[in-house]
Design a protein around this ligand. Structure first.
Ligand SMILES: [Zn+2]
Ligand SMILES: [Zn+2]
Length: 225
């Protein structure tokens, strides 16, 4: 693989804590939200899209609140509130069926296109990183670094193994599985050590990197926080 910027980015992410894809997505979403907060919220097209999607999803709305995006949220969410007021006044307000019902699922499938813009951006970035990861796995230096990393979280391992993308030549899947297996076995060993050292008979033994393995297990199984 050509050692592109994206290759370097993935390599850097493998040297950090946790799932490299989760980390890169967090960073790219943070950049997206910051750009919206400081620049794009005045863009007419983006403002219209947010009106159509009725804002960002729960997670991204609150991320923006914690970023202190006061004026951008006030303007964008006022558009939405004005629309609802208008609909209620004209008696056209659509009541959404309760979550979990069949109708609701149909409704949600139809709504795929009206998903939160930050989630849409995140999904595209996820596909791009997975595509680059597959190519990078064919490079020996990257493969070695990935094997030494904490591995992919299980949701990203599943996605990286099965996502339909334009095909990458070479046996990236076998290499992904082999490297992920090494990462899992290393974590498994550390969890074993952590559990053993919880026993009072071994409590005086020196403590090492295994003491944080329970947090790594949480991130690995469920995806990073
Ligand atoms: Zn992940
Ligand atoms: Zn979202």
């Amino acid at each position: 693989m050509q050692r592109t910027q994206e290759y370097q980015t993935l390599l850097y992410a493998c040297q950090q804590e946790g799932c490299p894809i989760c980390r890169l997505l967090q960073e790219s979403t943070q950049r997206y939200l910051r750009a919206w907060q400081y620049e794009h919220f005045t863009d007419v097209g983006i403002r219209e899209e947010l009106r159509r999607t009725r804002g960002f999803c729960h997670t991204h709305t609150w991320q923006l609140v914690h970023l202190g995006a006061a004026l951008p949220i006030a303007q964008a969410y006022r558009d939405i509130i004005s629309d609802i007021i208008e609909q209620l006044q004209s008696g056209q307000h659509e009541v959404q069926p309760p979550s979990g019902s069949l109708l609701r699922r149909f409704f949600e499938a139809k709504q795929e296109a009206s998903r939160c813009p930050a989630c849409q951006q995140q999904r595209k970035a996820e596909e791009r990183y997975i595509s680059s990861l597959r190519q990078a796995l064919l490079d020996e230096a990257f493969y070695a670094q990935f094997t030494e990393s904490q591995g992919l979280c299980l949701p990203h391992f599943q996605l990286a193994s099965t996502l339909k993308l334009s095909s990458t030549p070479g046996d990236w899947l076998a290499r992904l599985r082999k490297a992920q297996l090494s990462c899992l076995q290393r974590l498994d060993g550390q969890l074993g050590e952590l559990i053993r050292k919880h026993d009072y008979r071994f409590k005086d033994e020196p403590r090492g990197p295994e003491m944080k393995s329970w947090q790594r297990a949480a991130g690995l199984v469920a995806g990073e926080e």
